[in-house]
Design a protein around this ligand. Structure first.
Ligand SMILES: [Fe+2]
Ligand SMILES: [Fe+2]
Length: 261
């Protein structure tokens, strides 16, 4: 089985009512035409499944949600997502065009209403178990450690997918080596500091994350950890590796092979 992995997208609909916020976030608001290149990339590879690493939208509105889902239809592939912080965030309160400010629980319900699941899930695929971890707030839901330990108890090869990277010294050092100003309270799972040691070490082959908008690769205790770049190209602003995707081949001998494109 071949799985395409795609990082943050931050879609903003041209019909989103928050004009002022759209103007401030122009680098994302006008980035969406470049997604056509990502789609072409994916379709050339014809993967069996696409997995998004969260931040499908730059901020939640029904318009942004529907626009993002329409864009993803072009992939003509089944897909899954693990949620990102921006999938639940709202424009600044000063933006008067934003007439409603739904709470995170309501936003989650609205994603679900369009068929988008965002909770912790384990999916068996061709001998590999994909563990999608719900981590948008740099933390994980109560019970995640026990759930992960149960799911990783067997002999399946486990691949963990999380928007916010796990907190390990190697990941923290790597992030700060690329961008020393990053606040690690926000850019690693500071709210679940022992998740790696309690439920991932020795159990998970590879961890894929988004959130940083730059690519990376480190290992901790034998687990490979990959950061995916932005999944499309920003407008008037350059993010390292932007538009790159990953292909995971679960049929390869030994650890699942990964190619960055
Ligand atoms: Fe993001
Ligand atoms: Fe994020």
């Amino acid at each position: 089985m071949r799985i395409a992995l795609i990082g943050d997208l931050h879609f903003i609909s041209p019909d989103d009512p928050s004009r002022q916020w759209r103007e401030q976030r122009r680098h994302f608001a006008e980035a969406w035409p470049s997604f056509a290149r990502t789609v072409a990339h994916v379709r050339r590879e014809s993967p069996d499944l696409v997995v998004f690493l969260g931040d499908l939208v730059d901020y939640y509105s029904d318009e942004n949600r529907d626009f993002a889902l329409n864009q993803l239809d072009a992939l003509k592939s089944p897909w899954l997502v693990t949620p990102g912080n921006h999938d639940f965030s709202l424009p600044a309160e000063s933006d008067e065009a934003t007439t409603e400010r739904p709470e995170a629980k309501e936003i989650r319900r609205r994603w679900a209403a369009r068929g988008v699941a965002m909770g912790n899930r384990a999916i068996a695929c061709d001998g590999v178990r994909l563990l999608l971890v719900d981590s948008p707030n740099s933390s994980v839901p109560e019970g995640t450690v026990d759930w992960l330990r149960r799911e990783t108890d067997g002999s399946a090869r486990n691949i963990l997918i999380t928007h916010v990277p796990l907190k390990t010294p190697e990941m923290a050092k790597y992030i700060l080596s690329v961008e020393p100003q990053r606040d690690l309270r926000k850019y690693v799972q500071s709210g679940a500091p022992s998740l790696f040691d309690e439920a991932v070490r020795g159990r998970v082959e590879t961890v894929f994350s988004g959130h940083l908008h730059f690519p990376g690769y480190v290992t901790t205790g034998g687990t490979a950890m990959r950061l995916l770049p932005l999944g499309l190209c920003a407008f008037g602003k350059t993010y390292r590796g932007q538009g790159g995707i990953g292909i995971l081949d679960t049929k390869a001998q030994g650890p699942a092979t990964y190619r960055a494109l």
